[in-house]
Design a protein around this ligand. Structure first.
Ligand SMILES: *Cc1c(COP(=O)(O)O)cnc(C)c1O
Length: 401
């Protein structure tokens, strides 16, 4: 076996904003014999996970599951609904928005990219202005990232929806929730989203390898006339076989066992409690950052992310050199700065399968690492986080009698 663990004892801390820690319950669920995906038992599994994912997306509409990373579901959202040369409005919230844009351009879409400073979410007023300026109604879709994983900024999707409505513009609204789904409240139906993109390896607590589209009725209608080439990603065949819990090609059967278990865990805790837990750990993390006298990348407190915090390094200090010290000394993986903020920020993932003491351990690793790497800071971040956690305790899970 390839030796992946460089430390002789104890658990590795995987505190990047995805992939996240996989619960033991999920690992055990995956560790079962693969079954015939066309056999009689499979349909019940397929139906159960599809129904559970609708609850997670907060939709009564269709959800499809791909054996693919999140990038596949990005592509699926576009190729099912759009035609070559279609105009698409996107917003530069950070690296993931930038990558989705690149994918769209490679598919032959004409992207209008609203520039951003990587410290704010989507500017709904600017979206409205650009849609109003589109008198020909040539823009076919508005595509935004709900939680920008490269910056720790969460955009207000209801405001983006309201911008489309105020402009009276018929463009489809597509939202990437890969790092917010099952961590930060997200409502596909209520917010009038046409396609939502999700992935398995973040809030859903699974290994990488599954991704999702939640599909609203307008998107489904658009898919009947859209002309971008598609085969593997085609919703039509997928939905036809999904009706009985089956798939048109071999699904990732063992990951679906894991998904069924992860859904059980989320519903046992209750989605509102899951969201509150993430918000609470995010607040404790920010209190630690302020106590360290370091800067949070997200500039607007109304847009703080519940699932991760990006922290700006003091001038002259390299975030990756710091992360290396933390990994070598404490076996703690922190998220690297991506794209325009590479080397300038590090990210703490506090999403997925996580609790107070895992957070305290993570913050202790960061605080000890700051000292070990001689990064200028004040001590006391862990104390500040502990004080907050103690004064605002997480309610114990109400177990059914
Ligand atoms: C992780 C992530 C992706 C990329 O997903 P892959 O699984 O790496 O393909 C896309 N968007 C966001 C917001 C993400 O956090």
């Amino acid at each position: 076996m390839l030796a992946l663990d460089r430390h002789p004892s104890g658990r590795h801390f995987l505190q990047i904003p995805g992939p996240t820690n996989v619960p033991d319950r999920v690992l055990r669920a995956i560790d079962r014999p693969t079954i015939d995906h066309r056999g009689p038992a499979f349909g019940d599994l397929g139906k159960a996970v599809l129904a559970g994912m609708k609850r997670v997306f907060q939709t009564a509409g269709d959800v499809v599951i791909y054996p693919a990373s999140g990038t596949g579901a990005w592509e699926a959202a576009l190729v099912n609904t759009l035609s070559p040369g279609d105009r698409v409005l996107m917003a530069e919230t950070g690296q993931f928005a930038t990558l989705w844009r690149r994918l769209a351009e490679r598919l032959g879409l004409a992207v209008e990219f609203v520039p951003g400073d990587w410290r704010h979410g989507v500017d709904a007023a600017e979206i409205e202005r650009r849609l109003r300026a589109d008198g020909q109604r040539a823009i076919r879709a508005v595509c935004v990232v709900h939680n920008e994983t490269s910056t720790g900024v969460t955009s207000r999707i209801a405001d983006v929806r309201a911008a489309l409505d105020r402009a009276g513009h018929p463009a489809l609204l597509m939202v990437d929730t890969i790092s917010s789904l099952a961590s930060i409240d997200y409502r596909h139906d209520e917010w009038g989203v046409d396609v939502t993109v999700g992935g398995s390896q973040k809030g859903l607590m699974l290994p990488p390898g599954l991704s999702f589209n939640a599909i609203g009725p307008r998107a489904l209608a658009a898919s009947r006339t859209a002309r971008l080439p598609r085969s593997y990603w085609d919703w039509a065949e997928m939905l036809a076989t999904n009706a009985r819990g089956y798939f048109p090609y071999t699904p990732a059967t063992n990951l679906l066992y894991g998904l069924a278990e992860a859904l059980d865990m989320l519903f046992e805790e209750g989605l509102p409690n899951v969201f509150a837990r993430h918000a609470r750990h995010a607040e404790a993390t920010r209190r630690a950052v302020r106590a360290w006298n370091l800067e949070i990348l997200c500039a607007d407190p109304a847009e703080y992310s519940g699932s991760l915090t990006a922290i700006v390094m003091p001038d002259g200090h390299d975030a990756d050199a710091f992360r290396k010290v933390v990994l070598d000394r404490f076996d703690l993986s922190l998220g690297q700065g991506l794209g325009k903020v590479a080397g300038r920020v590090f990210r703490i993932g506090h999403l997925g399968w996580f609790n107070d003491l895992m957070l305290c351990g993570t913050l202790a690793g960061v605080e000890m690492g700051l000292a070990a790497a001689a990064v200028p800071h004040r001590r006391g971040g862990v104390d500040a986080a502990m004080a907050f956690l103690a004064e605002a305790p997480q309610p114990a899970l109400q177990r059914a009698a």
